[in-house]
Design a protein around this ligand. Structure first.
Ligand code: ADP
Ligand code: GLC
Length: 482
């Protein structure tokens, strides 16, 4: 079955968050079952990273560009990727969505409308040699693709491809001024409550939610949460109306890229049965990051975008308690300046016990999960979350807030579950007190080293691959294939 994933990021070429990990792994996991391909905008990192690019089609003038072309090439793992070469829209260095000052590009609506429009054209024979039966669209950047397909179905009377829209994060909506609508080339009646209008604006996210045949999000719990007013970001009504089509499908992780038994980026390899290498990883990480080299206390690690979503404020509040317990903390991340400053200040005050790396460093992230004892994910909300899954695989027990995908993937180390199911630590309320209590439970388990070792081994054995998700997506695709 030919399936086209429509997205802006893909690991290892271009990544700002977990979306890239998913689009880098899921299509490959599907290859036994589907002919999965990608459609990507021709951002510099993508043009540079896709090999053997060949012309497929010249695109007609649209969205203010005259010289756009569709190319086709291969990723390093052999996966086929279509790339839209439109220099005026895409050839900008750095972040795919925003300029050097962090401001969204003024023409983002047109940049991502082109992505959705080309996706819909691929369903109508733009590449004479290959046509998708299913468009799988990721996040608001690809949200117009189902709308263009719906418009083309109406105009031609043909079924065209089935469409799936996956919400990786409902808070990012791709909203633009009403005036933009006239430039999108969609039928006039698409701008309305029964369409992509959202509080007087054009919403690319709502376009995906309204027009796609099936909706998915990246964990069952988040699927339930976004259908409530508290977490629905104003779209919960639409999500409730579409409840029959909405599926929560838990993400996996790439078991080749993230495997402590073979990871070449870490100081020593180890596996669930023989975890001695993990000690070497901890010592190497402490040395690398200027922490005191010692084994006796837990090393907490956090790899994260530093935003409100991720609970950085909560972590900052818990810092005195972590320090007072003699534990160590290492944070890798970048994001809001207020959090970066506060974390840097904490590292200065508690040199040797707290260390912070501001920036983006994929290799260090691997070394942190390998060397860390506990991986912190105290999120306010979390659609799925991948770092707790990396923590499980590498035996850095996740300490998570019980929300979204975190609730679906970590089992709390309570006394009754300790011998059978526990894989980490969970807390409920988004409060200092609740996080503090969880931190004290970490210390209690740490002191019972045999129990810690059992939980760690169990965590590392959890199935966190893509098999279940790939099978679930395949069933959805079969439901909507014309
Ligand atoms: P989100 O997509 O909301 O940021 P996820 O947990 O799904 O959260 O995915 C985040 C991904 O980005 C993970 O692969 C994580 O390791 C990675 N990551 C986040 N910040 C950094 C950083 N500063 N350096 C390296 N990797 C990072
Ligand atoms: C989003 C979410 C994150 C999820 C990722 C991949 O960035 O914030 O929770 O893991 O997408 O689906």
């Amino acid at each position: 079955m030919p399936v086209l994933h429509v997205c802006t990021e893909v690991y290892p070429l271009l990544k700002t968050g977990g979306l890239a990990d998913v689009t880098g792994a899921l299509p490959r996991a599907q290859l036994g079952q589907c002919d999965a391909r990608l459609l990507l905008p021709g951002l510099p990192a993508i043009l540079a990273g896709v090999h053997a690019l060949m012309p497929v089609a010249v695109l007609p003038p649209r969205f203010g560009v005259r010289d756009a072309r569709l190319l086709r090439g291969q990723l390093a793992d052999g996966l086929t990727a279509y790339v839209i070469a439109a220099p005026a829209l895409y050839e900008r260095p750095g972040n795919p969505y925003a300029d050097a000052n962090g401001l969204p590009y003024a023409d983002n609506a047109l940049r991502f409308a082109l992505l959705g429009w080309v996706a819909a054209r691929l369903c109508q024979g733009l590449d004479p040699h290959w046509q998708p039966c299913v468009l799988h669209c990721h996040d608001w950047h690809a949200g117009l693709a189902p709308a263009y397909v719906a418009a083309a179905r109406r105009a031609t009377g043909r079924a065209l491809a089935g469409t799936v829209f996956t919400v990786h994060n409902l808070a990012y909506q791709g909203s633009f001024a009403e005036e933009v609508f006239g430039q999108l080339g969609l039928p006039g009646d698409f701008y309305g409550i029964e369409g992509l209008e959202f509080y007087g604006q054009v919403s690319f996210l709502k376009a995906g939610l309204y027009y796609a045949d099936k909706l998915t999000t990246v964990s069952p719990s988040y699927g339930r949460e976004i259908a409530t007013p508290e977490q629905g970001c104003g779209l919960d009504g639409l999500l409730r109306a579409r409840a029959r089509d909405l599926h929560g499908i838990l993400n996996g992780i790439d078991g080749v890229v993230w495997d402590p038994a073979s990871d070449a980026r870490i100081a020593a390899n180890y596996n669930p049965l023989d975890r001695r290498g993990k000690g070497a990883c901890k010592r190497a990480l402490q040395q690398e990051c200027g922490l005191q080299v010692r084994d006796g206390a837990p090393l907490f690690v956090m790899v994260s975008r530093l935003t409100e979503q991720k609970g950085v404020q909560l972590l900052l509040g818990a810092l005195p308690e972590i320090v007072a317990s003699g534990s160590q903390l290492l944070v890798l991340g970048s994001g809001e300046a207020r959090y970066e400053h506060a974390l840097r200040a904490a590292a200065n005050t508690h040199a040797g016990q707290v260390a912070v790396r501001i920036g983006y460093d994929e290799d260090l992230a691997h070394r942190m999960f390998a060397g860390g004892d506990v991986c912190l994910v105290p999120s306010r909300y979390e659609p799925c979350g991948l770092t707790q899954l990396y923590g499980l695989r590498y035996g850095a027990l996740p300490l998570v807030r019980r929300v979204g995908g975190l609730a679906d993937t970590v089992v709390d180390a309570t006394l009754e579950d300790l011998d059978t199911r526990s894989t980490g630590f969970c807390f409920d309320a988004f409060t200092q007190a609740a996080l503090g209590a969880a931190l004290r439970r970490v210390q209690a388990l740490w002191r019972r080293s045999a129990d810690w070792a059992h939980v760690q081994e169990r965590a590392m054995r959890q199935p966190v691959g893509w098999d279940d998700a790939a099978a679930h997506y395949l069933r959805l695709y079969q439901d909507i294939t014309p």
